[in-house]
Design a protein around this ligand. Structure first.
Ligand code: 5GP
Ligand code: SF4
Ligand code: MG
Length: 450
């Protein structure tokens, strides 16, 4: 999961990109970077850490030009070292070319080996660099044709932004795994992973980049071309469940509305007798509101989340039980003591968070815990840009729901059904990738490699 943001035709392109990345920070906290362009020369600043840590005020007098692309990174392929931080740029016969990528290429290793045998020298260990080498090798005439030519070799999930000459070019893979949308700010075009970044810079959402579409923007002119007719969408349904910010439009739909619907469907499927609904903040807040609305069980704040946790922290030698979870969440005893509660979470991956939080609830004096998850059990790994653990680490691939209930130590446990999940979106099932629940991968299994 990463966030990408680009601006075309604005004399404050780098500053706007900074703000855009700030709004997309939830999509990646490992590194952040901006490349700006005046049509000829690139300027860049890339570093490890949060957007607010990487960029200093003085950087913006250097980040000149009318166009810019930015990236926040959450690594899925390649190590998290600084050489892998994006955006990247190369200089080849056609001049400078910069790239920012959200997604994961399934056949990157294969392509990289082939390119290296043909003499290419790679600077990074990322899948993204493969695309730049393929573009540079293409014999086609225009940059758009070269990008299309390169992408014909590539399999997997990619939402991409390129800077080349005076152009900002946006591409979404034929399945549309990851979101990408276009906004307008006066005479400037903006492209972003999520629309919440438009709100911050005062831009208006125009439309999504369509699956298999390449959009080339120069000055205030936008040209579009379909490079692939896949005919099968595979939007990542986890964008609605967990990844995207609820104030965003993703795949043209309000994340808030769908996330609230997830909670409503969950309440319809399994409504216990309880005093209060609480959420695991912040990711399950909206689903919990939906659960409360549908069930008429009042919503309360059960945990306070500390938002100021840095990368490293010091743990005292003397053992503090559940330290990892405690530093992030603290139960509000006043709302929990002697209560029967519904605990809503968005998803369970390894199950370690839930287990610790449940212990904390018991210590706070909760009488009954009805655990409700606003997505089905995750049984299969993701190959399309999400860093899910190996199958053996996914609790639902090893244990039945009954065994998980016992492991968590809750009174009842219910996961949203696949039907309930689809219903909440108001969209047709075949628009989505559901592979982490069903094991049915949109791209042939043989091509799914990490
Ligand atoms: P775990 O079960 O592994 O202890 O934690 C699951 C929780 O971590 C989820 O409730 C979710 O809010 C959060 N989370 C963080 N990263 C991811 C991710 O990549 N995928 C999913 N599904 N949840 C994640
Ligand atoms: Fe999204 Fe799951 Fe598909 Fe990965 S496997 S793209 S997380 S729905
Ligand atoms: Mg969570």
């Amino acid at each position: 999961m990463c966030g990408i943001f680009g601006v075309c035709n604005n004399n404050e392109s780098a500053k706007l990109t900074y703000l855009g990345l700030y709004a997309l920070q939830h999509r990646g906290q490992e590194s952040a970077g901006i490349i700006s362009s005046d049509g000829k020369k690139f300027s860049n600043k890339v570093g490890n850490g949060l957007v607010s840590d990487v960029f200093l005020k003085k950087d913006f007098s250097r980040l000149k030009g009318f166009n810019a692309v930015g990236h926040v990174r959450y690594s899925t392929f390649g190590s998290s070292s600084i050489t892998n931080a994006q955006p990247f740029a190369i200089n080849f016969v056609d001049g400078n070319l910069a790239i920012a990528h959200n997604g994961n290429l399934c056949n990157a290793e294969l392509l990289k080996n082939k390119l290296e045998r043909d003499g290419s020298i790679f600077q990074t260990s990322t899948d993204t660099e493969v695309i730049l080498h393929l573009v540079a090798k293409s014999k086609k005439k225009t940059i758009e044709e070269k990008i299309i030519d390169a992408l014909l070799h590539v399999k997997g999930a990619y939402s991409l932004l390129f800077l080349s000459g005076k152009k900002l070019i946006a591409v979404r893979d034929p399945y549309g795994f990851r979101p990408l949308c276009i906004g307008k700010l006066k005479n400037s075009y903006i492209v972003s992973s999520e629309s919440c970044a438009f709100d911050l810079v005062g831009a208006k959402y125009v439309r999504d980049v369509e699956p298999g579409e390449i959009v080339s923007i120069s000055d205030d002119e936008l040209k579009s071309r379909r490079f692939s007719k896949n005919g099968k969408n595979a939007f990542c349904i986890f964008e609605f469940i967990y990844f995207a910010r609820p104030d965003s439009l993703v795949f043209g739909k309000s994340v808030y509305t769908i996330r609230k619907n997830l909670g409503k469907e969950l309440a319809k499927e399994s409504q216990p007798n309880a005093d209060n609904v609480i959420s695991v903040p912040d990711s399950a807040n909206v689903a919990a509101v939906g659960f409360s609305t549908e069930s008429k069980i009042p919503y309360e704040i059960g945990f306070i989340r500390n938002h100021y946790i840095g990368r490293t922290f010091i743990e005292p030698k003397q053992e503090i039980r559940n330290f990892g979870a405690k530093i992030k969440y603290n139960p509000v005893c006043e709302t929990l003591k002697e209560k029967k509660i519904v605990l809503v979470d968005d998803s369970v991956v390894r199950g370690t968070t839930s287990r610790k939080l449940i212990k904390m609830l018991r210590n706070a004096g909760v009488k009954k815990i009805h655990h409700r998850i606003s997505s089905p059990p995750i049984k299969h790994p993701c190959f399309y840009g999400i860093d899910t653990p190996k199958m053996s680490e996914l609790i639902a691939s090893r244990k039945s729901v009954k065994e998980i209930k016992e492991f968590f130590g809750v009174d009842t446990l219910h996961y949203l059904s696949l039907d309930g999940l689809i219903k909440a979106t108001g969209m047709e099932k075949d628009n989505f990738c559901l592979a982490c629940f069903t094991g049915e991968y949109p791209i042939k299994k043989a091509d799914n490699c990490r």
